[in-house]
Ligand binder design. Structure first.
Ligand code: PLP
Length: 398
């Protein structure tokens, strides 16, 4: 409390100075201070490269057996929001934080997150896949649950800095792994009565992750969850807020126990149309492999992977993109079905269990469909810089 007061006194005494340097960004105001971080980040590039070469062996990571677990790295990047201002970005070597017992994130679920990846590319650079899209989506999530927007530039600076500070944790080119980046924003101010927090914390940490498909892409069997809904029609399904994942835990674990690694949700009104999998979007290839089909619904989280795949399907493979309502009854007619998201790009789905019936997809449900495979390979070769990045999706860090 004393710290908060001291801060606001200093803050207000500096207001005239800040005023001159203020600029609007989205609906929030930031000072020019945070802009200098971009320059910092650029200056750091050179030292980071040598740092990376020098320290490549000192990050004691077994690249061949890398999974998806948490591991400490050099540091995380953070900023705090108080009295209408974001602080400058800072780094911390800790792996835990202290927050008030009455923080709104703990009681009222004011929390949103993102997930994106940095890749060690063929040319020796390190690049992040479409971070601008994640910056925009975090703003959408933040505004839905009354949190301040993280300015896009600040988001990008934070993500770049988190990667640079931990560049020896980026799995080497050829290992198939990548550096998973987890930005998140939450209400860290104490409040007991319901209302938005007056303080927020934004954190970006990173963790190296392995190649999910070391043994090649393999289709899984999905199950349609019928005893639970993922999201209400006008609820928060379209934003990446923490509560959605708590709500999915029980149905997800129940499906897993029955032997199905992914669960598919239907629309909560008619239970007739496909929404999405618990943590990934639904895509299908149909019409004799001439169409890319994906559901359109207000309660789906718009996957950046899906949006990228839609574009590749249309522009590179000449498929017709059908972004529309997709009935569960249609799945038996599809040639290929897959789940898509940042973690694995594409998970082929060979069978779907629906009302105790097993629906086989395509003529060979045990094999990856050719279009899913092509899309997967296209994405991966863009991400690892093996083919030209025509759409400027890759954001160079080092
Ligand atoms: C994060 C997420 C996805 C995948 O989005 P990407 O941007 O492709 O990683 C899909 N569905 C849900 C519910 C998600 O939380």
């Amino acid at each position: 409390m004393t710290i908060v007061l001291a801060w606001s006194v200093i803050g207000s005494s500096f207001t005239p100075v800040f005023d001159k340097e203020r600029e609007t960004f989205g609906s929030h105001i930031i000072t020019r201070k945070s802009r200098s971080l971009a320059c910092c980040a650029r200056r750091k590039t050179v030292s980071c490269l040598s740092h990376s070469l020098h320290k490549a062996s000192s990050a004691k990571v077994d690249w061949k057996n890398l999974g998806f677990g948490f591991m400490p790295t050099n540091c995380f990047v953070y900023a705090t929001y108080q009295n209408g201002f974001w602080s400058e970005l800072e780094t911390s070597k800790e792996t835990s934080i202290r927050i008030p017992i009455a923080a709104t994130v703990l009681h009222y679920g004011q929390a949103a997150f993102e997930g994106l990846k940095a890749f060690a590319c063929k040319d020796g650079s390190i690049r992040i896949f479409r971070p601008d899209k994640n910056a925009e989506r975090l703003q959408l999530s933040a505004s839905r649950i009354m949190m301040p927007l993280v300015p896009k530039e600040m988001f990008l600076d934070a993500v770049v800095r988190a990667v640079q500070e931990n560049c020896e944790y980026v799995p080497p080119y050829g290992s198939g792994g990548s550096l998973y980046i987890r930005p998140f924003l939450f209400g860290s101010g104490a409040r007991v009565g319901l209302g938005p927090s007056d303080e927020y914390t934004f954190i970006v940490f990173v963790v190296p992750v392995g190649d999910y498909y070391k043994g090649g892409l393999a289709p899984v069997t999905a199950i349609v969850t019928e005893d639970y809904d993922r999201a209400a029609p006008l609820g928060v399904g379209n934003v990446k807020v923490g509560g959605n994942y708590a709500a999915d835990l029980l149905p997800y674990m129940k499906s897993k126990e029955r032997g199905y690694p992914v669960n598919l949700y239907l629309d909560p009104v008619e239970r007739k149309y496909i929404e999405e999998f618990g943590t990934s979007n639904f895509i299908a290839i149909g019409n004799k492999r001439t169409s890319f089909i994906t559901p359109n619904s207000k309660s789906i989280l718009k996957s950046i992977t899906n949006q990228s795949l839609m574009q590749l399907a249309e522009e590179e493979l000449g498929l017709q993109v059908e972004y529309r309502k997709v009935a569960i009854d249609e799945v038996s007619h599809f040639d290929e079905v897959a789940a898509c998201g940042t973690a694995v790009v594409i998970t082929p789905v060979g069978r779907i269990v629906y009302q105790d019936e097993v629906i086989s997809i395509g003529n060979n449900p045990d094999q990856v469909g050719p279009v899913s495979k092509q899309l997967y390979e296209l994405m991966r070769s863009i991400q690892f810089g093996q083919i030209p990045d025509k759409r400027h999706w890759m954001y160079k860090v080092v």
